[in-house]
Design a protein around this ligand. Structure first.
Ligand SMILES: [Zn+2]
Length: 306
């Protein structure tokens, strides 16, 4: 019998012995999944038996991770949508951005805004026309150039010196970014330092407890290994933020994510009638979450002080 399993080169990966959130060495295999998006390689998702955090294991090293982002199909950075799915994604994304803007700025009257992992700057473009002084941070050079050229935004690379950021921001946003960052403690420490005393931190994350996650299991597109290194439950993101003096204020549903994620998951499963099935699962996910609050993605708003 032939097994078509792609073996990982050990020098390019780090096998984590300890939970990246609480440091415990006690963890179990929660799920085995595959990089359906690009490489086809297999990865485990481990669950810490102390704090419950889910994390991809092994994880690519800093030098090796870049190869997993090298695809035209990485929609968040795509400039010219072509297929029906990409065009739908682009138009719904615009509506989604406006909803997110209203949710994260509710009760605030403007000020200084940092979007960490701003991609091509579409969110900042909305905010910059509405009383916000905007700065972006983005690792991908092509996305940075698009943000600067199309929206005239100030966007820095992740390794830029940011000494002037101390206590500067009224609002910091991270839309589907924290799950990509290896060192959670270093980033949370920075974000906390960069916020003003009464500042707000908005973090959007996929939810591994959602109906669509439980339905698609290993095919759930939001596992997105090995690009997603962390898979936060509500209690694990609250625990991490709490260690840095950030308190949860509100949680918002992200309704559209159930449809996007279901559509990709059906593609990964090579289903027949993927569009019909993904719309059905998207509706079911949102419907179930009306009661359980376990939406496909959740947007958490934290405050630096109360
Ligand atoms: Zn842990």
């Amino acid at each position: 019998m032939l097994f078509h399993v792609k073996h990982l080169e050990s020098a390019s990966f780090i096998e984590l012995d300890n939970c990246p959130l609480c440091g415990s060495s006690n963890h179990i295999v929660y799920l085995s999944t595959q990089d359906y998006f690009l490489s086809g390689e297999y990865f485990k998702i481990n669950e810490c038996t102390v704090c419950g955090h889910l994390f991809t294991n092994p994880q690519p090293t800093g030098e090796h991770i870049g190869k997993y982002y090298k695809s035209d199909r990485y929609l968040s950075h795509k400039e010219n949508p072509e297929s029906l799915f990409e065009r739908m994604y682009a138009s719904v994304r615009w509506l989604n951005l406006r909803t997110k803007y209203k949710q994260v700025t509710a009760g605030l009257s403007g000020g200084k805004l940092l979007d960490y992992g701003c991609g091509r700057g579409d969110f900042l473009a909305i905010a910059s026309g509405r009383k916000w002084e905007c700065i972006g941070i983005e690792q991908d050079e092509d996305a940075r150039k698009i943000a600067e050229k199309s929206h005239n935004l100030k966007v820095l690379p992740t390794n830029a010196p940011v000494d002037t950021f101390q206590s500067q921001f009224d609002l910091i946003t991270m839309f589907h970014v924290l799950e990509h960052i290896p060192d959670l403690h270093s980033i949370m420490n920075n974000l906390n330092n960069w916020l003003k005393d009464n500042g707000r931190l908005a973090i959007a994350l996929p939810n591994p407890r959602s109906y669509d996650a439980l339905h698609y299991r290993q095919y759930w597109a939001a596992w997105d290994v090995p690009r997603h290194l962390h898979h936060f439950k509500t209690e694990t993101i609250i625990r991490l933020a709490g260690q840095y003096g950030l308190q949860l204020k509100t949680v918002h549903a992200m309704y559209w994510d159930a449809f996007f994620v279901s559509m990709l998951s059906e593609e990964y499963k090579k289903s027949k009638l993927p569009l019909i099935k993904s719309v059905a699962i998207g509706f079911l996910s949102n419907f179930n979450a009306m009661r359980s609050k376990q939406f496909s993605s959740l947007l958490y708003l934290f405050s630096k002080s109360d």
